[in-house]
Design a protein around this ligand. Structure first.
Ligand SMILES: [Zn+2]
Length: 229
């Protein structure tokens, strides 16, 4: 069966690897990994051979992609809120209400709504994460001074800590419940003392957050659902 209608991206995997891999990514793209010497013809052949499976995966991935319209559910602090989109002439903005996330936009284009929603998450992350950081940092004996909160939209991680002591958190973390936010904060602050995830790091985590492994598991489960938006 021809599969000309399936768009895909090719990543060259060098000479060492020998196989062609096909993956349907969470954001709905088809990604092919292939060694340098494999030509496009052979890649198309592999796509074509797996077309049925790829289409099936694409369909289920697309069904879970976030939607930006009234009724679509979006998480905040671990709870799901339906969007309530209203087109207005005045100032755009987002408000958290009992009934959901009230979004005022000039037009109801999904990209416009998405932008407003990102702004909301960023504003809330600035408040919520700063508050948690200020509460947690002073309780950790090795943290001399509460680091300044830095936020960034990240795809694959929740936070990072570099050797200079700069701690950065993923803005999307504000979608997770507080107990998972706290876990990421303690985790990154633990890196101020241990730069790897070795036994020293684990002991430090055990001492300050005995159930951190469970929280890490929960965060991973949540991960894919909130990292793509
Ligand atoms: Zn780490």
């Amino acid at each position: 069966m021809p599969a000309m209608d399936i768009p895909f991206q090719v990543r060259r995997t060098g000479r060492k690897s020998r196989s062609i891999s096909v993956r349907v990514h969470f954001d709905g793209t088809v990604r092919v990994g292939a060694p340098n010497y494999v030509g496009m013809r052979d890649i198309r052949k592999v796509i074509s051979e797996h077309a049925g499976w790829i289409r099936e995966r694409l369909q289920s991935v697309r069904a879970t992609l976030p939607r930006y319209e009234t009724g679509a559910l979006h998480p905040y602090l671990g709870r799901s809120y339906p969007l309530r989109v209203r087109v207005v002439d005045g100032r755009p903005g987002v408000e958290l209400a009992r009934s959901g996330l009230q979004i005022r936009v000039r037009d109801d284009d999904p990209a416009t709504i998405r932008k407003q929603l990102h702004r909301f998450y960023r504003d809330r992350a600035e408040v919520v994460l700063a508050r948690r950081l200020e509460r947690i940092a002073p309780t950790l004996s090795w943290v001399k001074k509460t680091p300044q909160l830095k936020l960034r939209l990240m795809r694959a991680q929740w936070g990072s800590c570099c050797e200079t002591g700069l701690v950065t958190f993923n803005t999307r973390l504000v979608k997770a419940p507080l107990r998972l936010i706290d876990y990421v904060i303690v985790h990154e602050l633990a890196h101020l003392k241990h730069h790897d995830h070795g036994p020293g790091f684990e002991r430090l985590m055990d001492g300050h957050m005995p159930d951190w492994r469970k929280r890490r598991r929960d965060l991973n489960t949540l991960g894919e659902r909130v990292l793509f938006d």
